[in-house]
Design a protein around this ligand. Structure first.
Ligand code: F6P
Length: 322
């Protein structure tokens, strides 16, 4: 399947070329200016040889499946695309946006189960957890919902459906603001800032028969399961529960929605879930994903950029357990 991306916004393209030349692996160790000049030369050469996809040129026997996309105009041509995987690719690409915005990933504040070393469950927050919830609300207010001029900008907040993430969201302000339409600035619509949206897809990996146990109890009661999990953490599925592979499958709608939206987004989630989202955006392999460290009391900001994501981490100092 061929994919042609059409964009004639020269200003946007100039920024993209700069980003690519700074991040392209070909230019590791090359001076930035030299890399940029070289990249522009490449673009010139490719432009002179470029042929747009055109079904009229091909006979039925030689035709190709293809997709032409102009995201700025929201215009897509889909030709001869069949089958599950290709149609998924089409769906994903149609939902991509060319604007960049930050994702802020944080686990819930410390829960009662975290304190007891128990996994899963649906416990509420401890005093430390509530402290974090308050700090997080201050952080959101200072850093996410306002631009450099101190004006409100629309932003989103997602949680799982579990108590600990909803309780962590509870102090975040939900002011109303009027957002001007991009197409007609005389028109506006009401936006409820950071209105929490609770997703089942973001619920923690379900540990089935082991839900609510400590790791020591699992090792003692289910030694074979413990052994199996240590051999292949990615594919291991808890008895009557889930595996990380199951979580990857259920996070697909979340990734599509993350790509589709254009506003800064805060996700208050769980360790297992945030590991997968983080690994996806940072380009980590699937076997490595279940081992990513996502500590409590920490906000990880990811800004998607050419070839990678820029990451910055803000930790809040509290007693931190599990
Ligand atoms: O311990 C906190 C927790 O979020 C548990 O609820 C969950 O089962 C676990 O982390 C996931 O981590 P791991 O897959 O490493 O056991």
């Amino acid at each position: 399947m061929w994919i042609e991306v059409i964009n004639d916004d020269e200003e946007f393209l100039c920024q993209q070329y700069l980003q690519y030349s700074l991040n392209l692996p070909d230019y590791i160790g090359v001076d930035n200016e030299q890399a940029h000049r070289d990249y522009l030369k490449r673009v010139e050469i490719l432009r002179s040889r470029y042929e747009t996809l055109d079904d009229g040129k091909y006979s039925v026997e030689t035709r190709w499946a293809y997709m032409k996309c102009d995201h700025a105009k929201q215009h897509f041509v889909i030709h001869d695309v069949k089958g599950y995987l290709f149609q998924k690719v089409v769906n994903f690409i149609m939902n991509l946006r060319t604007t960049r915005h930050s994702f802020y990933l944080t686990r819930h504040g410390q829960s009662e189960y975290n304190d007891l070393g128990r996994i899963g469950g649906d416990s509420g927050l401890t005093v430390h957890g509530l402290n974090y919830a308050q700090k997080l609300a201050e952080f959101v207010d200072k850093n996410i919902v306002k631009n450099e001029k101190g004006e409100d900008v629309p932003a989103r907040l997602w949680t799982s459906t579990m108590r600990r993430t909803r309780e962590t969201a509870q102090f975040i302000q939900q002011n109303k603001l009027i957002v001007k339409s991009k197409h007609d600035p005389t028109l506006g619509y009401e936006w409820v800032q950071m209105r929490p949206k609770a997703w089942h897809h973001l619920d923690e990996l379900f540990a089935g028969a082991c839900d609510g146990m400590t790791y020591e109890e699992i090792e003692e009661k289910f030694p074979d399961e413990w052994e199996l999990r240590s051999i292949d953490k990615l594919a291991y599925r808890y008895p009557r529960g889930e595996s990380y592979l199951d979580v990857i499958a259920r996070l697909e709608p979340i990734i599509i929605e993350m790509e589709r939206h254009q506003e800064p987004l805060v996700i208050i989630g769980h360790q297992g879930i945030l590991r997968i989202i983080y690994a996806f955006y940072m380009g980590l392999s699937r076997p490595d994903a279940p081992y990513v460290s996502i500590p409590l009391n920490t906000v990880i900001e990811l800004v998607p950029a050419a070839y990678t994501c820029k990451e910055s981490v803000r930790s809040f100092s509290f007693v931190c357990v599990n």
